[in-house]
Ligand binder design. Structure first.
Ligand SMILES: [Fe+2]
Length: 404
């Protein structure tokens, strides 16, 4: 058993070293950003300037009902941009949602995609974009690494939460309707060409959503920063800055939703964190969190908030140095690296508590644990360059520890 584990670790680390070299040749571009209060109203003129027309607007039915999409659509009308609305009611995008969106895109002869909403809507729209260039493939055939490998139609991402960072990432997480498994399409061609970061779009977010999506962004930055191998200094710098921005602003945004400066800083933090994990990858927080979402419908950000301190603590001394650096960036003191790391993790737990988030989950069933371990391990190993490679036993211990 020990030998098998050692072989698994050796395989993961070898794979990661090869991918690190491959990463230098990947096109991790930054989206062009329109940033600031009210920028959403300028999108129509911006698209006209770029010669972009006939767009599919992917959004949430609730946003349409509440009139939140209207200012953008008025800008489209003024600038002669033709559009078709495709709205969704469910939270996590499924393979069926993507197929339905693609049919609309094709039937209406759209040429570009505008995604407005939380990470789920943007991920769904990315899935539609991937289908647009691979109409004969099923969504599950596109899930995995580098399966898109050709330019998608012009794509604008407009996040209405500050969390997922989907506006700058290579990933689109889609749930298979048959198996309930969440899996990502990962390809640098999925990085949106344009992003609109307008803090006015986030002021009406309920405090709970502000809390969970903000913690998702924090998990992106912390996992990317504590991971080994893939990051360059650019991603490291962005991850540190993301953690500082989130540390300084998450409670302000939670307690006073109308604080535009805090909202803008959270949006920027989520954007930087998204860019950091786009190269640096996430880790076991996400791998385990996805299983909770797939099996029990736990919202992604909530899973991240709860799991982040557990997983980071379980990495032990291997993560202390990096966590200590993040503590310093936030002005959190301590003596040794281990003490600073612990102080940083306690800050996360305290912030969760102040935002009314739980410190464990009560829905995990004994009979599901083996499946959770298989899914999490399959998602993470060998791709995610985590500080410590885990075998089934370590995954089991973590999942047991988070049960309440
Ligand atoms: Fe995430």
């Amino acid at each position: 058993m020990k030998l098998l584990y050692k072989l698994d670790v050796a395989w993961c680390r070898t794979f990661q070293s090869v991918l690190k070299i491959g990463n230098y040749f990947m096109g991790y571009r930054m989206p062009v950003c329109l940033e600031g209060p009210g920028k959403i109203r300028e999108l129509g003129a911006f698209l006209r300037e770029k010669g972009i027309n006939d767009v599919l607007v992917v959004t949430g039915a609730g946003m349409v009902r509440r009139g939140q999409v209207q200012p953008m659509l008025e800008g489209f009308d003024t600038n002669g941009i033709r559009y078709t609305l495709q709205s969704y009611t469910n939270t996590d995008p499924t393979t069926d949602d993507v197929e339905r969106g693609y049919q609309t895109y094709r039937d209406k002869s759209c040429k570009a995609i505008v995604a407005m909403g939380g990470g789920s809507r943007i991920d769904c729209a990315k899935g539609i974009a991937a289908k647009a260039v691979h109409p004969k493939k099923s969504v599950s055939q596109l899930q995995g690494l580098l399966k898109v490998h050709r330019p998608i139609p012009p794509f604008v991402a407009i996040p209405t939460t500050a969390g997922a960072g989907s506006e700058t990432t290579v990933a689109a997480v889609i749930t298979d309707v048959k198996t309930h498994r969440k899996a990502a399409i990962n390809d640098p061609f999925l990085i949106p060409r344009y992003a609109v970061l307008d803090p006015e779009l986030t002021v009406d977010l309920p405090p709970l959503t502000t809390a969970t999506t903000g913690m998702d962004a924090l998990a992106h930055a912390v996992e990317a920063y504590t991971n080994r191998t893939y990051n360059t200094e650019l991603e490291n710098r962005l991850a540190r800055e993301a953690v500082r921005l989130i540390h300084d602003n998450i409670l302000a945004a939670y307690e006073k939703g109308s604080d535009l400066q805090a909202r803008q800083n959270m949006q920027r933090g989520a954007f930087y964190a998204g860019r950091a994990f786009t190269r640096g990858c996430v880790g076991y927080v996400h791998a385990i969190g996805h299983t909770l979402g797939g099996l029990y419908g736990v919202p992604h950000g909530l899973a991240m908030a709860v799991l982040l301190p557990y997983v980071m603590r379980a990495y032990g001394v291997a993560a202390h140095g990096r966590l200590a650096e993040l503590a310093e960036v936030c002005g959190i003191g301590g003596g040794s690296d281990g003490e600073k790391a612990e102080a940083f993790l306690r800050w996360i737990e305290e912030t969760n508590r102040r935002m009314g988030l739980p410190d464990g989950f009560d829905m995990i069933q004994d009979e599901d644990i083996a499946q959770m371990i298989t899914w999490a391990k399959k998602e993470a190993n060998p791709l995610y360059p985590v500080p410590v490679v885990w075998g089934r036993e370590e995954f089991r211990r973590l999942i047991e520890s988070v049960r309440k």
